[in-house]
Design a protein around this ligand. Structure first.
Ligand SMILES: [Cu+2]
Length: 491
């Protein structure tokens, strides 16, 4: 029997539809990130708190304070966090594509937190607005405005769910753990209008935390990844949501520092995956289980038709935990449909150069091609306007999530064979031990420095990051002047 099947049987045995459990079943998963479940802290009764959504701002000019706030997560004392605007997750930015957005962040944290930098993950930002880890920082007591023009190669950026988070060199793990994460939805009129929208379009950030006896979340760096035994959805532990008997679009972000999930529905029903972190897929893909590594996104539709009166659980198979209870309480008319074709991939041409990136373990540290991050070293200088093939390998015993800044990438092959149907275009790739993935990417619009790293954030902070600089093409050689006949002396 496979481990996954065993976990599935255990999970479904405790998570039958319509059964509300007094407390969540907890199983020690076999994944490398799992830790024993021991909870000295007051814990809300399972599914006693409603799912909440962070405030949404749709304006072209947005100001966000990087503020300390005490956030009510568990019962008992509130949890001191570092936040974008006072909530966890932070303020959700929701903007139409093709429109310029200016976001000003004010660093109101104490001096001990240090300078901050904000990366709009998945956005096609100019280098200066990409949240550089060691330059263009937001000083304590100061502010910085990031400008996103919403364009890519002369057209609108594709609709998708991005997210923004801290990216400061060496301490990104601490800063994200303390709460510096927010969602960022780009709406695109070129996407099918019949997909579930409005109140039926729900962004969900899943993230784990370890709480102490006072409900605080002290961060203890562990280069193998920092995890916790409480899995939160939009900052709530085991929330419930009342839904209607119709289709819903769930935009799922793994906002955890390190933990991987394997998501299922307690009913065994499939998700219809319509998109990735880089926008809609060419065609929808039905999936009964979905692995999601740190920083990956899954854009899915779930249909609750015929489930009126039932409770459906969003499950994590790796821990056996129920993450979210969906109570199907309202009869609703469903006018949404999922078209059989969604969005074709953009044509980015064929690669003219190949680069190899090995996500390594070297001298006790996480490295790329054997080297730890050094802001004074640049490992690639691709030329603006060209397409390259990048090959990622993982010779280590741990999984990595490979994240490339600047532009999305299209999958060429996985392990020498076909790519999964649901990973046509992405910017964060799950690379299990021993795996190889080939992608192609075209460097458009912006020159300058961009990051390439593992998004298991402690791997990144330990050194599994490098940078590449998109450069202008070399000037074309000047045409040689054609030799002209010498004037002949007149007789
Ligand atoms: Cu890694």
């Amino acid at each position: 029997m496979t481990k996954a099947l065993l976990a599935l049987m255990l999970a479904t045995a405790f998570a039958g539809i319509g059964i509300r459990l007094g407390s969540a079943p907890t199983f020690l998963g076999r994944n490398q990130n799992a830790i024993p479940i021991a909870s000295p802290t007051p814990t809300p009764a399972a599914f006693s708190h409603p799912l909440v959504f962070p405030p949404v701002n749709t304006n072209g000019n947005i100001s966000i304070g990087i503020d300390e706030a005490c956030v009510q997560i568990l019962d008992g004392p509130c949890t001191n966090m570092w936040t974008y605007g006072g909530t966890y997750p932070g303020l959700t930015i929701r903007r139409p594509t093709g429109q310029t957005t200016n976001v000003t962040f004010m660093n109101n944290l104490g001096a001990a937190a240090g300078e901050m930098t904000v990366h709009n993950h998945g956005n096609h930002s100019s280098a200066d607005n990409d949240g550089q880890p060691e330059t263009l920082l937001i000083p304590t007591g100061g502010s910085r405005t990031y400008t996103y023009n919403g364009l890519e190669q002369g057209a609108n950026q594709r609709g998708k769910m991005q997210f923004y988070h801290d990216h400061r060199m060496d301490v990104t793990g601490r800063n994200v753990w303390m709460g510096l994460t927010g969602m960022y939805v780009v709406d695109d009129p070129a996407d099918p209008a019949t997909l579930p929208s409005g109140a039926f379009d729900l962004p969900l950030a899943i993230a784990d935390r370890q709480f102490d006896a006072n409900n605080q979340i002290p961060y203890v760096f562990n280069p193998d990844g920092v995890t916790g035994d409480k899995i939160l959805v939009n900052g709530v532990y085991q929330p419930y949501l009342e839904v209607g008997d119709r289709k819903y679009r769930l935009r799922i972000l793994n906002a955890s520092n390190a933990r991987t999930y394997f998501l299922t529905l307690s009913t065994g029903d499939p998700f219809t995956q319509i998109g990735t972190e880089s926008g809609l897929l060419p065609v929808p893909v039905m999936r009964t289980g979905m692995r999601i590594g740190s920083a990956e996104r899954l854009d899915v539709v779930v249909d609750f038709a015929g489930k009126l009166g039932q409770d459906v659980y969003l499950m994590d198979l790796l821990t056996g935990m129920q993450l979210l209870q969906l109570r199907v309480t309202q009869p609703l008319v469903d006018d949404s449909t999922i078209p059989s074709t969604l969005r074709p991939l953009p044509n980015i041409g064929e690669p003219t150069a190949t680069r190899n990136w090995s996500f390594d373990r070297t001298a006790g540290h996480w490295t790329i091609n054997g080297l730890r991050f050094d802001p004074n070293r640049t490992d690639a200088r691709p030329v603006l306007g060209t397409t390259e093939k990048w090959v990622f390998t993982n010779p280590t015993g741990q999984a990595h999530t490979v994240h490339i800044h600047d532009v999305s990438q299209q999958c060429i092959s996985r392990n020498g064979g076909a790519c999964y149907l649901y990973e046509t275009m992405k910017e964060t790739w799950y690379l299990a031990p021993g795996e190889t993935i080939e992608v192609k990417l075209k460097f458009t619009d912006h020159t300058g420095m961009y990051m390439l790293h593992c998004h298991i954030i402690e791997h990144e902070d330990d050194g599994m990051m490098t940078q590449f600089e998109v450069v202008r093409p070399p000037p074309a050689p000047r045409p040689r002047p054609t030799a002209r006949p010498r004037p002949r002396p007149q007789p």
